[in-house]
Design a protein around this ligand. Structure first.
Ligand code: PNW
Length: 433
């Protein structure tokens, strides 16, 4: 059965940051520092999903999806990132899972979507190898409680984006700007993944995946310098995260003066444990040119000639086909079934007269990308699911509430949910399947 779903993440929708024993996460700290997030927005209330989740489950049921990808907030389960579980935190996800089961919606739970307990960040966060072991412990606690009812587990969401924005550039929590010294955050996340896979499987988890952010890389020209730059970018963004989990090896980054000194014997065996699927998040391709100055071995050349989203991201549906076919070409039989665990666009959606949101550009976006998935399938890629980012307009990280990705509009002053035209379109599309 093909999985049609919507995706969300804990910090982006839940709110209720100080309720029922939840600990502080790095995003609580970061959003309360002046100048970090546009407009000073925080996730303190967000979509108030922590209280309104029954309404959100009903929205998904009416939409007709058969799967829901959400994330579990580590600080609700272990407020300080270690030790005893907080029962109230587990209870929340237990209730949500039961409600999904009742509606026939298969839960796909992500264990880490960037909201690390602050107490672990204080000890170095993902730069510290110990965090990988803490993550496995947390995974075991959650699986003990929920593996009997959650069929699909995703260890990490987009370790690349978390490393780059959180540790290399600093525009996401924890706000560190270490450039290439951020690389241990890649390895320690992946080691945490490998250790967690073992804990999840030991507790009977049916399917275990990781979700990587992937982008087709386009060299700006056929000039060898541009080709080399594009290859370097592809190594860092795509292969650094796909190779170890699918092949058990890291790409050679030594040409760029980069080495992963923190890798120890046996780590790659754990990280390369065969998965039941790979989650792929796709938003757009990246066009790369040779660097003009010192520093990184590539430069973003930008993409023109395509429509853009409110974020300014180019809309290239065929890039998703290209990406999926490219994964099959590179990994062959080592590529497990693929799930597109995020795809979607931000649009400036206002509620119009009559209380409707006429987001025609989102309908065109989704239609194009769903067709691209079908084409990749026809070209031999085993794609088994497609999840729209996102169910609800939500807290879009450094952009606050300014970028709306939802199928459902949220009035952040009142919490009122209004399904957009794209929601009704998708309901139709799914019902035809
Ligand atoms: C993903 N980029 O993040 C995340 O998984 C979501 O939490 C997020 O809301 C969604 O995509 C939309 O941004 C990304 O700059 C953040 O290329 C930034 C990028 C890509 C993905």
């Amino acid at each position: 059965m093909f999985l049609w779903g919507t995706a969300t993440a804990s910090y982006q929708i839940e709110g209720a940051v100080a309720e029922d024993g939840r600990g502080v996460s790095i995003w609580d700290t970061f959003t309360h520092e002046p100048g970090r997030v546009r407009g000073g927005d925080t996730g303190d209330v967000a979509c108030d999903h922590y209280h309104r989740w029954p309404e959100d489950v009903a929205l998904m049921s009416d939409l007709g999806v058969n799967s829901y990808r959400f994330s579990i907030a580590w600080p609700r389960i272990q407020p300080d990132g270690r030790g005893e579980a907080n029962p109230a935190g587990l209870d929340f996800y237990d209730r949500l899972t039961d409600a999904l089961c009742e509606k026939g919606i298969a839960a796909a739970a992500t264990l880490f979507h960037w909201d690390l307990p602050q107490a672990l960040e204080d000890e170095g966060g993902w730069l510290n190898r110990d965090t990988s072991y803490r993550f496995a412990e947390y995974a075991a606690i959650v699986a003990d409680r929920l593996a009997d009812r959650i069929p699909m587990w995703i260890t990490l969401n987009e370790p690349f984006i978390h490393m780059v924005y959180g540790y290399a550039l600093g525009n996401h929590a924890p706000g560190r700007a270490l450039v290439l010294d951020a690389l241990p955050a890649a390895h320690h996340q992946l080691l945490g993944h490998g250790l967690a896979v073992r804990e999840l499987r030991a507790r009977g988890a049916e399917k275990v995946l990781i979700t990587n952010n992937c982008t087709p890389v386009w060299p700006a020209s056929a000039d060898p310098a541009d080709l080399a730059a594009a290859d370097a970018y592809d190594a860092l963004h795509n292969r650094l995260f796909n190779d170890p989990v699918l092949l058990g090896t890291y790409p050679d980054l030594s040409a760029y003066g980069v080495s992963l000194d923190c890798v120890r014997d046996g780590d790659l065996d754990l990280i390369g444990t065969r998965l039941d699927g790979i989650g792929v998040n796709y938003y757009n391709p990246t066009r790369i040119t040779a660097p003009t100055g010192e520093g990184l071995p590539f430069e973003d050349a930008g993409i023109t000639g395509y429509p853009t989203t409110a974020f300014g991201w180019p809309v290239v549906p065929d890039g998703l086909r290209e990406l999926l076919v490219g994964l099959k070409a590179r990994y062959g039989d080592a590529l497990p079934p693929v799930y597109v665990t995020e795809n979607g666009c931000s649009q400036p959606d206002d509620v119009g007269p009559g209380g409707t949101v006429d987001d025609q550009a989102r309908i065109a976006y989704l239609d194009g990308h769903i067709k691209a998935v079908e084409k990749a399938g026809a070209e031999g890629v085993d794609v088994r699911g497609y999840y729209v980012w996102s169910l609800l307009d939500n807290f879009e990280w450094a952009e606050g509430y300014n970028q709306r990705f939802g199928l459902v509009h949220v009035d952040f002053a009142t919490g009122t949910r209004t399904p957009k035209a794209s929601y009704h379109w998708l309901a139709q599309r799914i019902s035809q399947d």
